[in-house]
Design a protein around this ligand. Structure first.
Ligand code: ADP
Ligand code: ZN
Ligand code: ZN
Length: 694
C-alpha cells in the first residue's frame, strides 16, 4: 500500500520532529492536528503535522514508522508562515517548536459557531462620526503615510503573502536568526483620554480599505470587551474576536474564520498576536505597558516582541499606544527606533485632573479627611467616585507584637490575607486557608492581630462613613461569580452606583463620564517589592488610575494617599511627569545594569525538595560560568524573593548581557548541557526578557 510520511511535533520542550505515516491516499494533512502513538507506552498523543516528506528519514526503516491514528481537523489550522513564526518563537523563547505551536493555536476540537459580529451584512464600514483633532490627524497621516521617516524599508512586502495552500511546505524556512527588515514602529504617546482609540480605528479602517488585515491587541479582561464592542460596531462581520473568556471550540471557530479570510480585523488579548490573518497590514497594541502582554507560562512570550517580529517578516506596521509607556518603549522612542506621535489634549470636554498627594500617616482609618471631604462633595454634585487599592481581602498581615509571630501560608513563603466575609485567612498564591487565630498561636498574646488593609476593609469603612451612598466592590473575590463584574460595571456606568471600589480591575481603561473623583487608598503598595520594575509599575498604575477622572468635565479630582510623602515616584505620578520619571528611572537602571540597558534570561528552578532545587541550581551555575559571554554576567543562583509557592522551593539564576544574540547562544548550550543529566524532580523554567523577578 502506498504511504505518505509526515513530520509531527508535540507539546514538549524539544525541537525534534517525529515521522509518522498515513496508509491511504488523500488530502495532505499538513497544518492539521493528529492523534498518534507517542512516548512511553505509545499513548495516544496530540501532535501537529508540520511537513509532508517524500521518503522516510534516512536510517529509519519503513516498518519502524508508526501510523497516524486519526487526523483531528477537517481543514488546516496553520501554514508555513505560522510554522516559521513558531520556529522563531521556539528559538527566541528557548522552548520546543511544538510548545510554541500549542501556545499559538486554539486547543478546541469541535467547531462551535461564535455569535460574535457575524450578523452585520452591510459590508460598508460604518463611517466614523468624529472629526479628528489636528494632533490625531497628524498622527494618522504619519502611520498610514509612506512610513518613510528614515527607518523601515518597504521592500519586505513581497514576503507578506501567506501560503494559501500548505499542501507542500517549503523546507527552506528562513531560520529564526535570519535578518529581517526593520518594521515601521509607531507609538501614540498621549495622556489618558486623548483619543488614541480613534486613531487606532482610523488606521485600521485605512488598512482594511487597502485590502490588508489588522490585529488589534488589548489588555486582558475589562478592555477586551469594551474595545471588541466598538470594533464590532464599526467593522461588522469583518471583525473577529479571540479571547480567553471564550470556550476553546468558540476560539477555534473564530480562528478558522480568520484563516479563511472571512474576518480581517481581529481584536483580542496577548494570544491574538498569532491570529492567522492574511496579508497583515497593521498590528495595534493598546496600553503597551500592560503586564498581561507577557505570558506567564512556557513559552513566556511577549506580545510586543512577537508583534515586532511578525511586522518585520510580513511587512506590516506596528502602532503601540499608552499614556505610560514601558521603559523599553520610552528608550526606543528617545533613540528614534520607534516614532513617537504625541497626543496632548483631552478631546471629550475634559482636562487632566487635579492630583493631590495626601499623607495617610496620621489618618484614623484608611480614609484621610481630604478624601472623605471629596467623596462627600462629589456625591453632592451627583457625580461618581472610584476608589482604588491594589490589595484584596480585609487585612493582610497577622502579627504578634510580643513574640513577632507572623501567620504565613503552610505551603508558600507569604503571609495569609484575612478575608472577613469568608471567615478565613487565605493564601493568594495557592489557595490554602485556615481559621483566624483568636490569640497568638505561639505565645498566646491577645495583642496579636491583623494589620494592613485590603479592599474588603475599605468597603466596610466606606459603608460606615457614608451609609447613604451606594457602593460596589470589583475585585477578584467580588468578580468570582460569572457576570458579576460586568454587572457592577454596567451599574456604575448607568449611574446606579456612587462609589466603585476595586483593585486593578477598576484601574484599566474604564471610561465613564460621571466620574469626578478618583481616590487611591494606598499608592505605595508595590513600591517596596524587590523587583527592578517596582517603581515603573507603581508610577504607571497611579497615572492610569488617576486618568479615570475628568475625562468629560474639566473638574476631575484625584486624591493619592501615601505613607511615603515626598517619594519622587509618588510626586512625579501626581504631576503626571512621565519624562521626569523616566529621566530618573533610566539613570538608575543604567547604573544598576538592568533593562532596558541590558537583556535578561532567567532560569527558575522549583522542587518540593529544597536540597534538590539548590543542587540543580549549583550545577546550572557551574555549567553557566564558562559560557558567559564577555559582555554579560550572572546573577545568583539565589532563592527567589517569594521562596516557596505551593510547596515548591524556588531558586533563580539570571544571565544578563548587552546583546540578546550572545545570551541566546550561551543559554542554548547551557540548557543542552543541563539536560544531559538533569534531576527529574526539579522543574526548570526559562524566561527570556522576564518582566518580574519575584
Ligand atoms: P485614550 O484611548 O487616549 O485614553 P479615548 O480614545 O478613550 O482616549 O478617547 C477619549 C474620549 O474622547 C472618547 O470618549 C472619544 O469618543 C473622544 N474623542 C476621541 N477623538 C475625538 C475627537 N476627534 N473629537 C471629539 N471627541 C473625541
Ligand atoms: Zn506571640
Ligand atoms: Zn500558599
Amino acid at each position: 500500500m502506498a504511504s505518505t510520511w509526515f513530520d509531527l511535533v508535540f507539546d514538549i520542550p524539544a525541537d525534534q520532529a517525529f515521522t509518522y505515516r498515513i496508509d491511504a491516499k488523500g488530502e495532505s494533512a499538513v497544518g492539521k492536528r493528529a492523534m498518534v502513538p507517542f512516548g512511553k507506552g505509545s499513548r495516544d498523543t496530540l501532535g501537529f503535522i508540520i511537513a509532508e516528506r517524500d521518503a522516510p528519514p534516512a536510517g529509519l526503516s519503513e516498518s519502524a514508522i508508526k501510523p497516524i491514528r486519526r487526523v483531528v481537523d477537517a481543514e488546516p489550522l496553520f501554514d508555513a508562515q505560522d510554522i516559521a513564526l513558531a520556529r522563531w518563537l521556539a528559538a527566541y523563547y528557548l522552548c520546543g517548536i511544538g510548545q510554541a505551536i500549542t501556545a499559538m493555536i486554539p486547543s478546541g476540537r469541535r467547531m462551535t459557531e461564535y455569535p460574535s459580529f457575524g450578523n452585520n451584512d452591510d459590508e460598508e464600514f460604518a463611517a466614523a462620526a468624529l472629526e479628528l483633532s489636528a494632533e490625531q490627524q497628524a498622527a494618522l497621516t504619519m502611520i498610514v503615510g509612506t512610513g518613510d521617516w528614515g527607518l523601515g524599508t518597504r521592500d519586505s512586502c513581497s514576503q507578506s503573502q501567506r501560503v494559501d495552500n500548505p499542501l507542500r511546505l517549503q523546507t527552506n524556512i528562513p531560520s529564526p536568526q535570519s535578518p529581517v527588515p526593520s518594521p515601521s514602529l509607531f507609538y501614540l504617546y498621549g495622556i489618558t483620554g486623548s483619543g488614541k482609540t480613534e486613531v487606532f480605528l482610523r488606521a485600521a479602517e485605512w488598512m482594511l480599505q487597502e485590502g490588508k488585515s489588522v490585529i488589534y491587541l488589548v489588555p486582558e479582561i475589562a478592555l477586551t470587551h469594551q474595545t471588541a464592542e466598538v470594533i464590532g460596531k464599526r467593522f461588522g462581520s469583518a471583525a473577529a474576536m479571540l479571547h480567553s473568556g471564550m470556550t476553546p471550540s468558540e476560539r477555534l471557530a473564530e480562528w478558522l474564520r480568520i484563516r479563511r479570510g472571512e474576518a480581517r480585523i481581529v481584536v483580542g488579548p496577548r494570544s491574538a498576536v498569532f491570529a492567522p490573518v492574511r496579508n497583515l497590514g497593521l498590528i495595534v497594541i493598546d496600553e503597551e505597558h500592560d503586564g498581561s502582554y507577557k505570558s506567564g507560562n512556557t513559552p513566556r512570550y511577549h506580545a510586543r516582541q512577537t508583534a515586532i517580529r511578525r511586522c518585520s517578516v510580513e511587512g506590516a506596521k506596528l502602532v503601540m499606544g499608552s499614556a505610560t509607556p514601558s521603559a523599553e518603549a520610552w528608550k526606543l522612542m528617545a533613540e528614534g527606533t520607534i516614532k513617537r506621535l504625541d497626543l496632548s489634549l483631552r478631546l471629550a470636554g475634559g482636562s487632566l485632573p487635579d492630583i493631590k498627594p495626601v499623607s495617610l500617616e496620621r489618618a484614623e482609618g484608611c480614609l484621610t479627611d481630604e478624601l472623605k471631604e471629596e467623596i462627600r462633595l462629589t456625591a453632592q454634585m451627583k457625580r461618581q467616585t472610584i476608589l482604588f487599592l491594589n490589595r484584596r481581602g480585609f487585612a493582610h498581615l497577622y502579627h504578634c507584637p510580643s513574640c513577632s509571630y507572623e501567620q504565613t501560608c503552610r505551603r508558600c513563603s507569604v503571609s495569609l490575607t484575612w478575608h472577613k466575609s469568608k471567615r478565613k485567612a487565605l493564601c493568594h498564591y495557592c489557595g490554602y486557608s485556615e481559621p483566624p487565630p483568636s490569640a497568638c498561636p505561639r505565645c498566646g498574646s491577645l495583642e496579636a492581630g491583623y494589620r494592613g488593609f485590603g479592599t474588603e476593609m475599605i468597603e466596610e469603612e466606606v459603608r460606615r462613613t457614608f451609609p447613604d451612598l451606594r457602593i460596589r466592590r470589583a475585585d477578584a473575590d467580588a468578580a468570582g461569580k460569572k457576570g458579576q463584574l460586568e454587572e457592577t460595571i454596567a451599574m456604575f456606568k448607568a449611574g446606579l452606583v456612587d462609589i466603585l471600589l476595586g483593585t486593578q480591575m477598576v484601574a484599566k481603561g474604564l471610561n465613564f463620564p460621571g466620574v469626578r473623583l478618583v481616590g487611591v487608598i494606598l499608592a505605595d503598595t508595590g513600591l517596596h517589592l524587590p523587583d527592578f520594575r517596582a517603581a515603573e509599575r507603581t508610577f504607571s498604575l497611579i497615572v492610569q488610575v488617576a486618568g479615570r477622572a475628568g475625562r468629560y468635565f474639566p473638574d476631575g479630582k484625584v486624591i493619592v494617599q501615601t505613607l511615603r510623602m515626598g517619594d519622587p515616584v509618588i510626586t512625579r505620578s501626581c504631576t503626571i511627569d512621565v519624562a521626569g520619571f523616566f529621566d530618573a528611572e533610566l539613570v538608575q537602571r543604567k547604573a544598576l545594569n538592568f533593562p532596558p540597558y541590558t537583556r535578561l534570561i532567567r532560569f527558575n528552578a522549583r522542587s518540593k525538595d529544597p536540597a534538590r532545587a539548590d543542587a540543580a541550581m549549583r550545577r546550572l551555575a557551574s555549567l553557566a560560568v564558562p559560557l558567559i559571554p564577555p559582555d554579560a554576567d550572572m546573577l545568583g543562583p539565589a532563592e527567589c524573593p517569594i521562596g516557596i509557592i505551593n510547596g515548591n522551593h524556588r531558586r533563580q539564576l539570571i544571565l544578563r548581557g548587552k546583546s540578546m544574540g550572545t545570551l541566546h547562544a550561551a543559554a542554548r548550550i547551557l540548557l543542552e548541557r543541563y539536560e544531559q543529566s538533569r534531576d527529574s524532580r526539579v522543574y526548570l523554567e526559562v524566561d527570556v526578557d522576564p518582566v518580574s523577578l519575584l
